[in-house]
Design a protein around this ligand. Structure first.
Ligand code: TXA
Ligand code: MG
Length: 361
C-alpha cells in the first residue's frame, strides 16, 4: 500500500495526484479523503478493479457502491437525466454530502457497482483532494467508505491503514474529514399519472440519513414530501439503501444506547449499568458529551463533541467508536443525543453501533 501525504504547498500536478490517478487508471484501488469519510476508490467501469474493493473490504456483493464524479457532465454518461426536483437538489447540494439514486444507463458501469439493481447512487464530493483525484483519473470512481465491512467508517488516514493496510493500492492522506458521517442517500419517486394511486408518488425518500439534513432537503424542495424512510423499524414497504440492513459502525465491545427526556435519569441509568459491569469484571467504556463527561465514571470515558454543537458530535463519532476498540472496552454505554438536524444521522449510526439495543428511561 503506497502512502501519499498531501501538503498545503503542493504544486498544480503534485506527485501524489499523478501516481494515485495512475493506480486508478490501471485498475487498482486508492483510498482518499472526502468531506464525509474516507472512500476506497476504483474505476467504476472496470469489473476487476471494483472486485478489489469488495475483496479488500470483505463487503457483501449485494450491497451497491456509490459512484463519485468531479463534474456534472459525468452524470449524463452514467445515469438517466434527473427529474426537475432532483436537479434542484444537485444545484443546491453538489458538491456536497448528498447521494442521489437514479436509473442507471446500461453498459457504462461494471454491473458489480450496482449489485444488479437498475439504479445507481451518484455523488460529487466537496473535497479538493477527492475532486482533483477523480478529475485526474478521468473516470467515474466507485467508492464505498474505506473501512473493513462492519467497522466504523474512517475519518482519518490512520483508520484506513488500520483496516485496509496491505490490502489496497494506496492511501492519499489529506487529513481528517469534515462532516464525519456519510452522505445522505435520497431517491425521488415522481407523482404517478392521474388515477393511479402510488404510495411512493411524488416523494423524496431519504434512504440513509447523513450530512444533508431532512430540514435542508425540505427547504430546497418546497411542495415535495420528504420522507425519512430509514427511521422506521418496519420498512418492509419502503425502499431502502441495501447497505442499511447490515450491522455497521460497530465497536468490538457490546454497546447499549440510553435515551430519555431527563438527562439526570439517563446519566443515572448509564452509571448503574457501568457499575454493575465493572463489578462483573468487565472493561467499561462510556460515550457521552463534553457537558456530561465529568459526571460519569468508567474505565474509559469519551466526550464526543458537545450537545450544544451536534456537528462536533458527528465529526468525532467514528473516531470515538474506534477508541473503545483501542482500549479494549468490552462493555460500552452510550448516551443518546437529540434527533434534530444532523442528530438524526448521528442517532441512526449510534443505533446501528448498538445493534439496536436501546434502553429508554
Ligand atoms: O459519504 C459517503 O457516501 C461515503 C463517501 C466515501 O463518499 N461513501 C459511502 O459508501 O458511505 P458506502 O458504500 O459505505 O455506502 C453506500 C450506501 C449503502 O447503504 C448502499 O446500500 C447505498 O448507499 N446505495 C448505493 N447504491 C444504491 C442504490 N442504487 N440504491 C439504493 N441504495 C444504494
Ligand atoms: Mg460504509
Amino acid at each position: 500500500t503506497t502512502y501519499w501525504k498531501v501538503a498545503a504547498a503542493d504544486g498544480p500536478r503534485p506527485e501524489w495526484l499523478q501516481e494515485a490517478a495512475q493506480v486508478l487508471q490501471e485498475g487498482g484501488t486508492v483510498a482518499f479523503p472526502t468531506e464525509t469519510v474516507y472512500g476506497l476508490g476504483a474505476d467504476a467501469r472496470q469489473t476487476a478493479a471494483v472486485e478489489q474493493i469488495f475483496a479488500a473490504k470483505g463487503r457483501p456483493s449485494d450491497n451497491p457502491l456509490i459512484v463519485h464524479i468531479a463534474d456534472r457532465s459525468q452524470l449524463e454518461k452514467l445515469a438517466a437525466s434527473p427529474d426537475e426536483a432532483v436537479s434542484r437538489l444537485l444545484d443546491a447540494f453538489w458538491p456536497g454530502p448528498l447521494t442521489v439514486v437514479l436509473p442507471v444507463k446500461p453498459g457504462v458501469l461494471s454491473p458489480l457497482v450496482t449489485a444488479g439493481l437498475s439504479t445507481v447512487g451518484v455523488r460529487m464530493p466537496d473535497h479538493p483532494v477527492a475532486l482533483r483525484l477523480i478529475a485526474a483519473a478521468g473516470c467515474p470512481v466507485a467508492a464505498p467508505s474505506a473501512n473493513r465491512s462492519g467497522r466504523p467508517s474512517p475519518t482519518q488516514a490512520s483508520h484506513v491503514l488500520e483496516d485496509l493496510g496491505g490490502r489496497i493500492g494506496g492511501i492519499v492522506d489529506g487529513g481528517p474529514t469534515g462532516v464525519g458521517l456519510e452522505s445522505t442517500v435520497v431517491e425521488y419517486v415522481p407523482a404517478a399519472p392521474e388515477g393511479e394511486a402510488g404510495a411512493r408518488a411524488g416523494v423524496l425518500h431519504i434512504l440513509r440519513p447523513g450530512g444533508v439534513t431532512a430540514a435542508q432537503l425540505r427547504a430546497a424542495l418546497p411542495g415535495v414530501t420528504v420522507r425519512e424512510t430509514a427511521h422506521r423499524e418496519d420498512a418492509a414497504a419502503a425502499p431502502r439503501a441495501p447497505g442499511m440492513k447490515y450491522t455497521h459502525y460497530a465497536p468490538r465491545g457490546v454497546m447499549t444506547l440510553v435515551q430519555g427526556d431527563a438527562p439526570e435519569r439517563v446519566l443515572a441509568r448509564i452509571q448503574r449499568e457501568l457499575d454493575a459491569a465493572r463489578a462483573r469484571g468487565e472493561r467499561t467504556g462510556v460515550l457521552t458529551y463534553r457537558e456530561h463527561a465529568g459526571a460519569l465514571r468508567a474505565d474509559h470515558v469519551v466526550a464526543c463533541g458537545s450537545l450544544g454543537d451536534l456537528e462536533s458530535v458527528a465529526h468525532g463519532l467514528y473516531a470515538a467508536l474506534r477508541e473503545f476498540d483501542e482500549v479494549g472496552a468490552d462493555f460500552i454505554m452510550a448516551e443518546a443525543c437529540p434527533e434534530e438536524g444532523i442528530g438524526a444521522a448521528i442517532m441512526n449510526r449510534m443505533r446501528k453501533a448498538a445493534g439496536d439495543t436501546v434502553i429508554r428511561v
